[in-house]
Design a protein around this ligand. Structure first.
Ligand SMILES: Cc1cc2nc3c(=O)[nH]c(=O)nc-3n(C[C@H](O)[C@H](O)[C@H](O)COP(=O)(O)OP(=O)(O)OC[C@H]3O[C@@H](n4cnc5c(N)ncnc54)[C@H](O)[C@@H]3O)c2cc1C
Length: 438
């Protein structure tokens, strides 16, 4: 295989991997492009963070680069027939305890957008939407950001539809768990070996394995003897709990047109932002907890890193009591005492890959030729699904603009995590100890 005849092996079929396959197959219709994932793309249940009932699709970023990128992605969600059926433009209601709202509004203006986006005093905002958020926690809130252009997407359905489209266009999909990356005698990456021993080869190997990325790189470092493959401090795998309540018919009527809600906190308050997404058509209302936790375990003799539990489904449906309690406390931050009797139908622990700055890593891997990394959604990656692959393709071809090359580099200076409210704040086993306070 020569570089004039490139082939692509993408490990992980979440939004980073599938978007890459989608953009590559459109640019190179006859290229060999393979997605490999431990779960079938249409499986009943998947471990991918991207596979979910719903995800927020918003451009309310105080980081101008992500604001611009999210607007680009949202425009596709709103207009392209492949994505449009999954997008719901319900708006966003965001309690801000910092200058977040003004920063977002300024970015939109500077980017020439006239979206219906305003910041209101609490007293005015809580009257909106029939007073739906009147019982929310407004302690320390400076103002409420209302952006009627934002909304949410039926995430799992969109992921399945775009993957199916990729397959129709000629992308191959292999359902298998990758055990290690493969290298030639010169240390260049040539493919991957699955747990059952199947070798998949390509000139370009793109690791898009989400929360499992650091573990896969550890295993590959051990099998190849190339310690430089390890993620080290760059990537941290972490989980967060989501919960769903089944609304009764009258409750559903009340909540069905609600916007996405965000409780925005600052580092001093020690909480991440906590969101709640409008009910699905089956009347299930979802929100997430405030604990973002690591799971440090021995992935190889003597090698301890954070990694999802070592079962096929990451134990994602086995949610211990203290994490269910976290969900109750977050519910109360939104819906107050009136929600005490809501029937909880589902709890899930969802795993993602984080960087200290919440920037993605979309970069060649510096320790091996032919190896690339595209992941680290850091709890906000889904909304970029339509455009991620465009930028990953640019990275593969050395055409990414310099600002993005630096932001998403494998090797770069990384800030301390203390200013990042989204960064993992606890260790799972400590949260599960009886004495732990949530
Ligand atoms: C609870 C929760 C809520 C979120 N809410 C939002 C939101 O509202 N809006 C938003 O924009 N973002 C949100 N995010 C973030 C977003 O979901 C993620 O950043 C994004 O989906 C990550 O995509 P990914 O492709 O990197 O990883 P994933 O979607 O996790 O995909 C990785 C894939 O790799 C596969 N894989 C892993 N290891 C192997 C292996 N060894 N062999 C084969 N396959 C393997 C997995 O099966 C998986 O399919 C949320 C995340 C969580 C956890």
């Amino acid at each position: 295989m020569t570089s004039s005849n490139p082939s692509y092996l993408i490990i992980g079929a979440g939004v980073f991997g599938v978007s890459t396959a989608y953009h590559l197959i459109q640019k190179y219709p006859s290229a060999s492009i393979t997605l490999v994932d431990r779960d079938a793309y249409d499986a009943e249940s998947r471990v991918a963070a991207s596979w979910d009932w719903n995800k927020v699709v918003r451009a309310d970023y105080d980081d101008k680069i992500y604001c611009k990128l999210a607007l680009e992605a949202q425009d596709i969600f709103k207009s392209d027939p492949l994505w449009q059926p999954y997008f719901h433009q319900t708006g966003v209601y965001w309690t801000c305890r910092s200058d977040y709202a003004q920063n977002v509004i300024n970015h939109h203006k500077e980017l020439g957008r006239n979206d219906d986006i305003i910041a209101l005093p609490v007293s005015e905002a809580r009257k909106l939407y029939g007073g739906l958020f009147d019982n929310a926690d407004y302690t320390g809130v400076k103002e409420v950001l209302i952006n009627r252009a934002s909304g949410w997407a039926a995430a799992g359905d969109a992921l399945r539809a775009v993957t199916k489209k990729c397959l129709e266009l000629g992308v191959k999909y292999v359902t298998a768990e990758v055990a290690t990356l493969e290298f030639n005698g010169r240390g260049s990456c040539t493919g991957a070996k699955t747990k059952s021993g199947q070798v998949l080869s390509a000139t370009h190997v793109i690791v898009a394995a989400g929360a499992f990325t650091p573990t896969l790189l550890e295993w590959s470092a051990a099998s190849s003897g190339n310690a430089g493959l390890r993620a080290g401090e760059r990537i941290l795998a972490a989980g967060i709990t989501t919960g769903m309540a089944q609304l009764k018919k009258d409750q559903y009527e009340k909540f069905k047109d609600m916007p996405v809600g965000f409780q925005g906190y600052t580092p001093e308050e020690g909480k991440p932002f906590i969101g709640s997404i409008p009910p699905t058509k089956d009347g299930e209302l979802k929100w997430w907890g405030s604990k973002i936790f690591t799971n440090t375990r021995e992935v190889l003799p003597g090698r301890y890193i954070s990694s999802p539990p070592p079962t096929h489904d990451y134990n994602q449906w086995k949610v211990p009591g203290p994490l269910k309690q976290d969900i109750i406390e977050s519910r109360n931050l939104w819906y107050g005492p009136a929600s005490a009797d809501w029937e909880m139908t589902k709890h899930r622990i969802c795993w993602d890959a984080f960087t200290t700055s919440s920037d993605f890593i979309i970069s060649p891997h510096s320790a091996s030729k032919g190896l690339y990394v595209a992941t680290c959604g850091s709890f906000h990656g889904f909304k970029f699904f339509p455009v991620l692959g465009k930028y990953i393709t640019q990275m593969l071809e050395g055409e990414l603009e310099s600002e993005l090359v630096e932001k998403w580099a494998w090797d770069r200076q990384r800030p301390d995590s203390s200013e990042n409210v989204e960064y993992p704040n606890s260790e799972m086993k400590h949260l599960l100890q009886p004495a732990s306070k949530l």
